[in-house]
Design a protein around this ligand. Sequence first.
Ligand code: OAD
Length: 234
Amino acid sequence: MKYKNIFILTGAGISAESGLRTFREAAGLWNEYSVEDVASIEGYMRNPALVLNFYNSLKEDMKKAEPNVAHRAITKLQKNYDGKINIITQNVDLLHEKSENENILHMHGQIEQYVCLNCRKVWETEESVYISTPCPYCGIDKKLKPHIVFFGEIPLYMEQIERMLMDCNLFISIGTSGVVYPAAGFVRLAKHYGAETIEFTLDGTENALHFDKSVFGKAGETFPLFVEKLLNDE
Ligand code: OAD
């Protein structure tokens, strides 16, 4: 086994071939919606109904989506590779879970979870949530916020992630533009601690210069080939 510890960072690009929209490309969500309106605490305070509806609609798209060959390649790697493989995803969709990937951390939250701003409990539901939906724990309405990390909020699991970055020997990034921190800085930390680094991306990313290697093209085409190579070299 060449790598004892593999860290896989994924972004919206890995879900693009499952039909889900990315954020910053021409047809991306942030070209249609204002981040300040739908992905900030101020936006939520101003108009919670708008925010809840935005994520209700994303949730419907995500429910219909199926994992693609890149997700399946991770499944194959995790089932057949001896080393430890952690997946840290910025995605709020559940395609890693649907593909039976393991050791997944949703650092930006996930689409089916809501946090109650009154009692702070986290609730999970596949159904749409409205401002009239009461918190199932404290019974108060108008307080459920999507449990998604908004701009200005600190991503989840950061201590665990930092330890994983220190421990990994191979850092893989798939389908992320490398502009949103702290995730965009992970490659530098991993490298600092001695990992080899490789990214799979459609075209160039902001972070290209920090990777030992950039592989361009659709992750569904490039990543499975890399997995085969890793398994053959084992
Ligand atoms: P972006 O939309 O910023 O970047 C997606 C990246 O995926 C781009 O570099 C694309 O070129 C690449 N890409 C697209 N299709 C691909 C394919 N088939 N194969 C490989 N790469 C492909 O999305 P993220 O980097 O994930 O935060 O964005 C980071 C965060 O910004 C998101 O988690 C989201 C957003 O605001 C929250 O929602 C909290």
